[in-house]
Design a protein around this ligand. Sequence first.
Ligand code: ADP
Ligand code: MG
Length: 729
Amino acid sequence: MSQLRFRVVEEAYNRKALSVEIPVERPQEYYGKYVFNRQRMQQYLPKDIYEALVNAIDNKETLSREVADSVADGMKRWAIDNGARHYTHWFHPLTDGTAEKHDAFVNVDGKGGVVEEFSGKLLVQQEGDASSFPNGGIRNTFEARGYSVWDISSPAFILDKTLCIPTIFISYTGESLDYKAPLLRAINSVDKAASDVARYFYPEVKHVISYLGWEQEYFLVDEALYSARPDLVMSGRTLMGHESAKNQQLEDHYFGAIPSRVEAFMLDLEIECHKLGIPAKTRHNEVAPNQFELAPIYEETNLANDHNLLLMSLMSEVARRHNFRVLLHEKPFAGVNGSGKHNNWSLGTDTGVQLFAPGKTPLENLRFITFVVNVMAAVHKHNGLLKASIMSATNCHRLGANEAPPAIISIFAGKQLSEILEKLEKSNHDELIDLSGKEGISLGMSQIPEVMVDNTDRNRTSPFAFTGNRFEFRAVGSSANCASAMIALNAAVAEQLSEFKTTVDARMAQGDTMQHAILEEIRLLISRSKAIHFDGNGYSEEWKAEAARRGLDCETNAAKIFDAYLKQSSIDMFQNTGIFNKIELEARNEVKWEMYTKKVQIEARVLGDLAINHILPIATRYQSILMDNVFKLRKLFDEEKGQKFTAPDVQMIEDISEYMLIIKDEVNKMVEARKVANRIDSEREKAIAYHDMVVPAMEIVREYIDKLELVVDNELWPLPKYRELLFIR
Ligand code: ADP
Ligand code: MG
């Protein structure tokens, strides 16, 4: 077996960088080549159809059947001209990836031949088997119909010679079965609520756009090494492996020179991204060895999310060309940093105002503080829900580990913003009248320096940080669909802004000036939501105690964290914003618990199998070599003459026995715990049982396998070690 380990290590170390074919054209010429964007629409659609489509996209209107037919025809011609032979509705079920069902453009012509065909009907809506996707009991197999429906706001694209049409996925009875439908609803809901508030300051505003700029972190592992680690193949993370003597302690990887093989991969990936209209911009090494990051220019949230999902599948594909495997798991290696996906989020008006950016006039600064404070209030009210929105069986390994955001949501505001908030909160009623008096709002706010935008201090320990003109939700996991976090955040802020509007309007109806009414409300919100504001060290033990005192959600059990979706305040919020009804929320939680259980179950099976079939036999073999040696050594000593026999091997034999016994024992416990848990009917209780009973046994098994790794002869050890996996040559 160790033969395999040495072979794959050699294979990996000898691998050379691939030379990447760089297009002869400049980036601006191939950018968006495989996207049915406005330029292509104009080229392939009759003028009136193009205008009808653009109008429907911009004003969120529905398309008539005739227009859809004509769009389908144009799209088909464009796709075929660009090498596509198939089309698929591309949707985001409640799994880790995207789903596709390919159909060829061909149809029989009745004369023994075929024609290339694609109608508006096929473009707009298709029927699928919803019961085959996670649905939390909404769809039973006997009533399995689900529909995928075209999302005209995200452009179609060609991937692998297939025309992909972004769609939402809903059940026959209208419940959403995916991430996209609720995301679109959340975006609409924040658009409406934020536009209403924005119009206090800019009456001409028609829409507010939610923006998302994600930063995708990932690990790369050589393909040969990956294949020799069944745990990576099956569960996406290493379930065992002793820390390497050198890992990230010298901090020499972060922003360091990118290894040439990786650089070739990144270049290749960027070219592919650009052809698909993904505005990839930044790339660099991350903190852990073999860890990297890619960030695009931010975009409207729905499109940005489609692009992130597309990127994740593109990455895996391009990585394989370079004999790499990309690991999107949040914590593929113990002891080094995990991977997140920071969600930089902002709101901007259709007139081009960034609502979280300070302005140049007192009124603009009142707008700035209004929006920032409303976000803080929303995050405060729904902090447990926001944590639930980023929680998963994989991300729970990262949260709370000493490098990532803790499992408590708080907001980092930075020095300047904190000072403004404090000043506002402390001002009394009379001062507020003063402040909003004849000279406008002073508050020192008119002096908010413009440098603030780029100059905010960074607090890497905060899960939700204000970064000058946007908020950065850092707790999102690297493998997650950003939609989950973006639905909860946009919805919570929509609810808060519409409440704000109601109260400010009520004050104004009583004769208050707008400025004063707003200031009063802001002051109340600041003091009410103070508990969420924390600029200190989020990793510290003191913060955990302090957060609990402040009444923030401190639950760490992943399975229980999901309960936040079913709190009355969450149900009300989602219902009032029109995003989820209670049935949908309940169904989606069933899916979350089920997913949690299944992932832990897979890991436990793989770990048990590796422990019993790979590790223990090797340990036994090594132990018997040692025993053989001891047996022979004994012959050298003449105990009758008083020579005392000693050998380090005896101690090692005993240690190995002890570790092996513990491993065997804990594997048995793990199997028993699974049997008990599997008999539980409730998905929630089952997930809790897996969390409480299976996971702890897994941790002990790992601990003792890692101890064995340190004593067993390196020549015999079957699985590539951390030091081999983590350093690309
Ligand atoms: P850092 O690592 O310092 O946070 P990066 O350059 O890695 O910075 O990533 C910043 C991300 O924030 C990019 O994806 C960028 O497009 C995005 N971003 C910048 N401004 C905004 C904004 N106003 N709204 C949303 N995202 C933004
Ligand atoms: Mg970054």
